[in-house]
Design a binder for this molecule. Structure first.
Ligand code: SAH
Length: 263
């Protein structure tokens, strides 16, 4: 399975090395070269064997040390030289991870390329908050959305479909656009007191989390967030215990009976 001349796009999870899959750990230990993003923490990088070539290819918003075509070329070059290449990405490679560009570049060069999934930031944040992303009564869908826009561009999102009270929104890369996210969601009908939770550095020792509401979320982002990666969860599931319990009462009233395993 782990042969030289291959590229593996490996999910490093949200930061805590204990949240890696066993397969990711095996791949990191087998790699001859690891190309990693800036978001991959030291605890994960430390799992590589001594002598493994570790190459940071940057990628924090606004601070890209290499552009995507340059990264694609590095992967291809190393694989063609017979290396076992691990491309280590924060969270899950297939969620806002530019995986497709790397898959296409490798395949075009005739290189075997595979994906090892990882725990995405939304899942890690929900776990830290001690909540579920979905809830039968009031969060029947979960939407992963990026609020990252190219410099100078406006955020081009379908706000009508995002401003749904029966959904949970997990907004990646949303710090810079927090005011626009809040304003647009309210303008498209989402109540201003919709619960919001920010989780910064989810799963890491310096994790911080705080809860606010839709109309205050930009202010909260400005005053409370540091410069670590942060994700925003919006929806009833991150509301006060009373709110969630209200939802659970509705659930208990019938709808979820078929989901609760009988003992
Ligand atoms: N592929 C990654 C997402 C990459 S986009 C994944 O599946 O998680 C980078 C964004 O992910 C950050 O701006 C932030 O919004 C979020 N993120 C990544 N790691 C995080 C962490 N430990 N805590 C909170 N948010 C995180």
């Amino acid at each position: 399975m782990i042969d030289p001349g291959q590229v593996w796009l490996v999910g490093a999870g949200p930061g805590d090395p204990d949240l890696l899959t066993r397969k990711a750990e095996r791949l990191i230990q087998a790699a001859s070269v690891v190309f990693h993003d800036a978001l991959v923490g030291p605890g994960v990088l430390a799992l590589a064997r001594a002598g493994t070539r570790m190459v940071s290819v940057g990628k924090r918003s606004g601070r890209h040390s290499k552009d995507q075509p340059a990264i694609d070329a590095l992967l291809v070059e190393a694989a063609l030289a017979g290396e076992l290449v691990v491309r280590l990405k924060g969270g899950d490679p297939a969620i806002f991870g530019r995986a497709m560009e790397e898959l296409v570049a490798c395949r075009a060069a005739g290189i075997a390329v595979r994906i090892c999934p990882g725990i995405t930031a939304a899942s890690a944040a929900a776990a830290s908050l001690g909540t579920s992303l979905s809830l039968r009564s009031c969060a029947r869908r979960v939407t992963f959305v990026t609020a990252h826009a190219r410099k100078g561009d406006r955020l081009d999102l379908d706000w009508t479909s995002l401003a749904q009270p029966d959904a949970t929104l997990a907004i990646y890369m949303g710090k810079a656009a927090a005011a626009e996210v809040s304003g647009q969601l309210m303008a498209h009908g989402l109540p201003r007191d919709t619960p919001v939770a920010w989780v910064e550095n989810a799963s890491l020792p310096n994790e911080r989390q705080f809860r606010t509401r839709l109309d205050l979320l930009a202010l909260a982002a400005l005053t409370a967030l540091g410069d670590g990666p942060a994700i925003m969860l919006i929806g009833q599931v991150v509301g006060s215990v009373e709110l969630v319990e209200g939802g659970l009462e509705a659930v208990a009233a019938g709808a979820i009976a078929d989901q609760i395993p009988s003992t």
